[in-house]
Ligand binder design. Structure first.
Ligand SMILES: C[S@@+](CC[C@H](N)C(=O)[O-])C[C@H]1O[C@@H](n2cnc3c(N)ncnc32)[C@H](O)[C@@H]1O
Length: 527
């Protein structure tokens, strides 16, 4: 998720169910007391988006039952990326932002979010009569007609004839129909899932919203064909891409059309990944990656680490409560000299953000040796030499600008389990920070964790977070995580059952070893 996306901390369904009866109808309580919704049920997802828009953005929206429901984390990821691109490409002297949204949908989701939160102006187009009318109503209901204009268009044109060519627009955005209408929908009773992919969840979208002849590649090709002509009135063109396989043909089309530069990103939210492509035909603009993406691994950062802590194994550590688990975690972060800030306070759900200004966790053993040596010198060496020793302490100079931000979220899941989630937010991905070989050597009781990265550089924070967790290891019964090698395929390791211990997960570039006294090896080996 984008670091500024407010849904990095998922919404509290219990709170929503208590506050909004329209959401409560769809909320289900698990035996543990946890509130959930069925994400395959379009009505439940519709209720969720509607109440979040109301609660978090003061937007009143009525979504029609037979149209696509916009999910907010993805929509915000796209808007925030556009905002990053504008920061890099729009002259600071230009105050007003004016964008174009192609295919705005049933509630013109991008324009209303951007108008409400950023004061941006939009021209939005739509072919579908129901979506067009609903979007107009949405604008009226929220008094946003001053900022957003909706144009009813025909499917033949993407931009030509739909916008004012004498006006200057900062960008276009588009969430195109991803699927190819020729291969969409079951062909026979026996064929459940046609090729190419159709949406996994039920959804309520109409066929014309999500499928088009030729699929998204053809749709975006049509857009690219029109862009060149419009380069003087549009600074940046962007689109979302639904299938990774579409990126290569689309980039080839951009090259062919003479785009002067382009940039891509990944939008990750939960289990869904989408992509963003931005391009320009203006020679004076170079589309470098957004600050977030300039860091390694495409801005995605390491995936969250999820730990389940059992009552049984926590017993020696104090009260088995969310507060106590968070307190212990904060103690660890403090011992690593991190700044800690509370971001969420509830009895059963607490979160803190942490910021590391320097790398305090690398080379722990070397540092301890160094400390001992310095301590010894305090007694043995003259003053002049002591000063030199202090100045030469390794690892300090290179970390002056190091900054890593992350989030720890602790919540009750079931009666005897508390989940601890650690999430990367930003930073800590530069090459200095990635020298993490051996960083994770941490002892606790009889367990030794060792994480070694050979030529593959993994964001340092992953190691730091894992180290912090390994310190409270006796409580960890299950660890679920995934590491993705950006250049190759997934190097999954999931889940680790700590009880099994002493396992190795080996790959050419990556090795993770966990040792413990009495267990057999290779039980959890995955290649
Ligand atoms: C996948 S939906 C996206 C809706 C909305 N932007 C969102 O993100 O939720 C695609 C939308 O584009 C509209 N559409 C399809 N072809 C279009 C075209 N040529 N011009 C404008 N809108 C189009 C569809 O009716 C549909 O509402």
């Amino acid at each position: 998720m984008h670091p500024r996306n407010p849904y990095r901390i998922p919404p509290d369904f219990k709170e929503l169910a208590l506050k909004f009866p329209e959401f409560r109808k769809h909320a289900k309580q698990k035996l543990s007391g946890k509130i959930e919704i069925d994400f395959k049920d379009a009505a439940a997802v519709r209720a969720l988006s509607t109440v979040l828009l109301k609660r978090d953005f003061n937007l009143e929206v009525e979504l029609p039952p037979d149209r696509l429901v916009p999910t907010l984390p993805l929509r915000l990821n796209y808007l925030l990326w556009v905002e990053d691109l504008l920061q890099l490409t729009k002259p600071a002297t230009e105050q007003i932002v004016h964008g174009i949204d192609i295919g705005t949908g049933a509630c013109c989701i991008y324009p209303i979010l951007a108008a409400r939160t950023k004061g941006w102006h939009f021209t939005a187009t739509e072919t579908d009569e129901i979506n067009y009318k609903c979007s107009l109503e949405t604008l009226e209901r929220n008094c946003l007609q001053t900022h957003v204009t909706i144009v009813k268009v025909t499917a033949e044109s993407m931009l030509n004839g739909n916008i004012d060519i004498n006006h200057q627009y900062d960008f276009t955005m588009c969430n195109p129909p991803f699927f190819d209408s020729d291969s969409f929908g079951p062909k026979s009773r026996s064929e459940k899932r046609p090729l190419p992919m159709c949406p996994k969840s039920g959804g309520s979208a109409s066929a014309t919203e999500i499928a088009v002849k030729g699929g998204e590649v053809k749709f975006i090709e049509n857009l690219i064909k029109e862009c060149h002509e419009l380069k003087s009135c549009v600074r940046l063109f962007t689109t979302m891409v639904g299938h990774k396989s579409s990126l290569i043909p689309i980039k080839a089309l951009l090259k062919e059309a003479g785009a002067s530069s382009w940039n891509e990103t990944e939008f990750c939210q939960g289990r869904t990944t989408r992509w963003g492509l931005a391009w320009t035909f203006r020679d004076n603009i170079t589309l470098v990656s957004s600050p977030q993406n300039r860091q390694k691994n495409n801005g995605k950062g390491p995936p969250p680490l999820n730990y389940l802590i059992s009552r049984e194994r926590w017993s020696s550590k104090g009260d088995f409560t969310v507060s106590c688990v968070l307190f212990k975690s904060v103690e660890l972060l403090n011992s690593l000299k991190m700044e800690v800030r509370k971001v969420k306070e509830k009895k059963d759900r607490k979160a803190v953000e942490f910021i590391a200004k320097e790398n305090t966790w690398s080379n722990q053993r070397r540092k301890q040796r160094e400390e001992k040596r310095v301590a010894k010198q305090v007694f043995e060496e003259p003053e002049s030499k002591k000063a030199k020793v202090d100045a030469d302490t390794p690892g300090q100079k290179q970390n002056q600008n190091f900054c890593l931000k992350g989030l720890i979220l602790v919540e009750e899941t079931e009666e005897d389990l508390i989940s601890l989630k650690m999430q990367w937010i930003e930073g800590g991905l530069d090459s200095d920070s990635c020298s993490i070989r051996g960083m994770l050597s941490s002892k606790h009781d009889t367990q030794v964790y060792k994480l070694m990265f050979k030529s593959w550089s993994v964001p340092q924070c992953l190691g730091m977070l894992r180290r912090a967790c390994s310190l409270i290891d006796p409580t960890v019964v299950e660890l679920e995580s995934r590491v993705i090698d950006r250049n190759k395929s997934s190097l999954g390791f999931q889940p680790f059952i700590t009880g099994a211990s002493n396992w190795t997960c080996g790959k050419k570039n990556f090795e993770i070893v966990k040792k413990s006294e009495k267990h057999d090896s290779g039980k959890n080996r995955r290649n």
